[in-house]
Design a protein around this ligand. Structure first.
Ligand code: FMN
Length: 359
């Protein structure tokens, strides 16, 4: 059975696969552009997106705003007809400016999490940009939908569920993540679909539900499609592609990792995160690295009390200074064995998912 794309308003992707946004710099224009070109939906991460701009150290906010336009333009060059999105974390200090800049560039889709994107509809009403909140429970899905409907008369164009096995920041309690006692993704998916069905019936608008976190194979994709999801968002698997914008050292850290290396860590964002055990993680358990400067990147961080500077740690990692970096990853990173092209990866996922749907 052929896979159907995700229908987001008038936009339809070829395949039901979104490549999740990965900051800092892991999913830039090259990865996102190539995913879109191959029929998925590529997502550029906007957190500290300007880290390679020459004035980033002096004026990170301006460098970030400028880089968004540049990254969107270069991804569009790779995939002029594909669906392209950006990931914008609610915790970012200049959230509104970044959203406005992406909308000005006529980005197709904004996916927004690490907090509830309460005001997002305000910036896109009357434009072609579609918006999707990231949530980790049916309760949060219901809450944000109600809020958008009441305040803006806006129904989410799509919902992304991020479960406990995802990479980056996680919307769950750290202890529960460590003990494996969070609600599982299948359960959350069924509950969210049920909630969104009610809204669809009331409003007549379709709300595709996309599922993320630990989805690794075509069979996994098939499982969630069979549960009623419109598609999946995958990030970890896209790290070990040729086109991924991170350094080879970052990609090799995934390939060389073992199951026991993948840990839940504290992040200055105020949410737990998942990352690969390394010298940096060990060091910040007992000492506080000197913070030379604050980039004012997220409003949840206090430079006086933060255990480390997350901007610095993520930039070190993406550039390949692995021992001094925070290597975010999903729970399945240890299963990766080699670097492949985005085309090969998508072909494999689609083939396996279609085979599974036949049965
Ligand atoms: C290296 C890395 C960086 C990430 N950065 C972000 C981010 O900047 N914003 C965000 O909303 N999610 C971020 N995520 C989460 C992904 O977008 C995605 O939803 C999740 O990792 C899916 O699970 P998977 O990695 O098991 O496929 C990140 C994930 C990884 C692995």
């Amino acid at each position: 059975m052929k896979l159907k794309g995700i229908k987001i308003g008038e936009k339809i992707s070829k395949y039901p696969i979104i490549q999740g946004g990965m900051g800092v710099g892991v999913s830039g224009s090259k990865l996102a552009g190539n995913v879109s070109k191959e029929g998925g939906i590529g997502i550029i991460a906007t957190a500290d997106i300007g880290y390679e701009e020459p004035d980033f150290e002096k004026n990170p906010m301006q460098a970030n705003l400028r880089a968004i336009g540049k990254q969107i333009d270069s991804a569009r060059k790779i995939a002029p007809n594909g669906i392209l999105g950006v990931n914008i974390m609610v915790a970012l200090t200049n959230y509104a400016e970044i959203v406005k800049e992406a909308v000005k560039k006529e980005i197709d889709l904004i996916i927004s999490g690490a907090g509830l994107p309460k005001e997002l509809p305000e910036y896109v009403k009357g434009t072609k940009t579609k918006i999707a909140p990231i949530i980790s429970s049916a309760r949060a899905a219901k809450l944000i939908t109600k809020l958008w409907r009441t305040k803006y008369d806006y129904i989410p164009d799509m919902i992304v569920i991020e479960g406990p096995e995802a990479g980056g920041h996680l919307g769950f309690n750290a202890e529960e993540l460590q003990n494996g006692t969070t609600q599982n993704l299948e359960e959350i998916t069924l509950e969210v679909i049920e909630e969104m069905k009610k809204v669809e019936q009331e409003t007549g608008k379709e709300i595709p539900v996309v599922v993320a976190g630990g989805i690794f194979t075509g069979k996994d994709i098939c499982k969630f499609l069979k549960l009623g999801a419109a598609g999946v968002q995958m990030a970890t698997r896209f790290v070990t592609t040729i086109e991924c914008d991170a350094s080879n050292e970052f990609k090799n850290a995934y390939i060389n990792s073992k199951k026991e290396d993948i840990q839940i860590v504290k992040s200055p964002v105020g949410m737990p995160g998942r990352a690969i055990k390394n010298a940096f993680i060990e060091k910040v358990k007992t000492e506080r690295p000197k913070i030379d400067r604050c980039y004012s990147c997220i409003h949840t961080c206090d430079v006086r009390t933060t255990p480390y500077c997350i901007t610095k740690a993520l930039i070190n990692a993406v550039k390949g200074n692995i021992d001094e970096g925070l290597i975010f990853c999903g729970s399945n990173a240890h299963r990766l064995e080699k670097i492949v092209s985005v085309k090969e990866l998508i072909e494999e996922l689609v083939f396996d998912a279609e085979m599974c749907l036949e049965n």
